[in-house]
Write a protein that binds this ligand. Sequence first.
Ligand code: PLP
Length: 495
Amino acid sequence: MSSQNNISSAIADAQERARALDRDDPLAFTRNEFNIPTKSQIASTRLPDSATTKAGSGSDDGAADKCVYLCGNSLGVQPKRTQTRINQYLSTWATQGVQGHFKPLEESPLPTWLDADEKAAQLIAPIVGASEAEVAVMQTLTANLHLLMSAFYKPDINGKHKIMLESKAFPSDHFAVETQLRHHNLDPATSMITLTSPSSPEDNVLTTAEILAAITEHASSTALLLLPGIQYYTGQLLDIPTITAHAHSHGVFVIWDLAHAVGNAPLALHDWGVDAAAWCSYKYLNAGPGCIGGLFVHERNSAVPPPVEEVAEGEGEGEGEGEDYANRLAGWWGNDKRTRFAMVNRFRPVPGAAGFQLSNPSILDITSLSASLEVFAEAGGVGALRAKSLRLTAFLEGLLVGEGALVGREERALFRVITPRDPAQRGAQLSLKLSGGLLEPVMRELEKRAVIVDERKPDVIRVAPAPLYNTFEDCVLFVVAFAEALAVARKEVAV
Ligand SMILES: Cc1ncc(COP(=O)(O)O)c(C=O)c1O
């Protein structure tokens, strides 16, 4: 595709196809559940007055007024019902005070605060493919990774003491591993293994075979493997069941960071035999910036032995008890609910993931998360969303680099897709690596065109059509703006 005429007709054709796909989309209705910012809102530098921030307002303007928001991999947009549910929570607190903990209110869709964590666990369990008892809605992602490592990383300096992770892991994961090692008086130089892909040294798209080979090679000294379900930079979806099974066959405990996978790719953590995992809720789960995260602990890793006092009351208090959970860092909210308020200083966890909780959770956070998870349930869950996501991302890919691409030949030479081209090895996101120096002007030009995507310095743009609220037309609008941005940037940087 080279001439301007050809491009113009390809754009018109793509727009027509996109509109037809959107019309036939059985999930089209969920877009209206979200506040997609308008072009004028994202250009504005003022906080709108209260009239424009009422729940749901500003969202029913014509589609043409919306910005093109393809950034759910970073921060999901706000569900309209978030404001409604938060207002209901605020009314409960305002009118009931402490009674909100335990007094159910007629007509309220909200659980009592004492039950809110359990209710949220019920909503998240199907999204990660776990039983309700295997998940806990708690803390934030990095904190949960630390808590899981505190519980399950038991280094033996004469044997298995190393932690393996990718060399280009998200920095927080890298810091968490380094500091866990130091916490155990170990030296990251000798106890940390970072994986680099021999076949893809620049982008570090690790193949499953490369990961399996590294596990085999380091099995005798490796205690724990920390990997992302979906890699944040490349968008690669890893083969969680195969890697988990191989690690287990070598006695390696695996923790998965599911920041980019949760709510994006179908997960079956229980059936895959995953040991433990953690995630955040502000990306594809749309719970809001910094909102409460979650963790999964397979039921085989969270059993609680019977209480000692039932064996011999008073004698050898504490002896033998807690062997299986002694490593974890504990707090009162992880204590068995039946004795939580007995105020006895003898920790006995709730069996399951809930036994890893520390503090009473922020109900503001849980309310926000649960509002979004209601929409997930109405959409039919992650399976239905994945079916749309596969089509959306393939459509976007085709417009960028396929037969009918909307990008001219010269601009096409200025970027490449670093996300695996096999749909089974990626989620919603495509990562576009730009030629040197183009990132800043391309991002500026996209912003001018009311297109929101995110950048990862030095040269990657991440574009994520989220099936809950993005349309096929969004993909066309993005690619048209991207091609224009590249053309401007190319002249400016003279590549
Ligand atoms: C892959 C990955 N790991 C960890 C984090 C850190 O998350 P948090 O700030 O919620 O601890 C992020 C944040 O975006 C992430 O993308």
